[in-house]
Design a protein around this ligand. Sequence first.
Ligand code: ATP
Ligand code: MG
Length: 235
Amino acid sequence: MGSTIAIKVEHLNKSFGKGESFVDVIQDASFSIRKGELIALVAPSGAGKTTLLMMLGCVDDPDNGSIWLGAEKVYANKWLTKETRKIRREKIGFIFQAHYLIPFLNIIDNLTLLPQASKTDEKVSKAKARELLKYFDIAEKENAMPSQLSGGQNQRVAIARALVNNPEIILADEPTAALDANRSVDVVNMLKKITREQGVTIIMVTHDERMLPYCDRVMKIEDKKVVLDEPLHTT
Ligand SMILES: Nc1ncnc2c1ncn2[C@@H]1O[C@H](COP(=O)(O)OP(=O)(O)OP(=O)(O)O)[C@@H](O)[C@H]1O
Ligand SMILES: [Mg+2]
């Protein structure tokens, strides 16, 4: 495994609210994740998993600290660019617990909506979308509506959508929550395949201990502190 850094965080802090409603969520987090790692993020409800992902994805503002995405320092007590949307669009793919496909668009249009919004050539994005549907074994569903697909198939479309823009990083917030154990293993294996074959770095929130052996390392949030374990195994 190469040692190129995909995500680095130093002394990151995050709280919400003021006075009575003040909640301290993340205290002095420092860690780094290598390119191509699959990280499981495990912590109790309300511990700050989604908050951490949203900061790494340039969606939520930290209070202070530093964040690097690849070689680029993007945050140092403030966002270092006005174009956080551009960073997000170019580097990051999101997968959510509920798949959030648009119900009134067919599968191929769900996949190509985002690239169109970012002015990627339609032919290029359609070709990429078709390649991904084939990769995920649902090529024949491109004209189907989300309601005509199973939960697992829709979740695969959601993963494909996160990959259409060739992101370096995928942030997945409980991508297997709606799936049974077998389907969950399928999805995690698919995510792993993406890290191995495409060098994409993935942080996946999960509450399911059975998924941990498929991941490279486990990240926990314990009493507001982020703890990143050493590799479980070497592959
Ligand atoms: N926009 C917000 N305003 C105020 N408090 C917030 C906001 N977002 C999150 N919080 C608080 O921050 C803490 C962490 O929330 P977060 O959603 O990150 O937890 P989580 O680990 O993802 O939980 P779950 O497993 O239930 O999804 C919680 O106490 C929550 O109430
Ligand atoms: Mg959450």
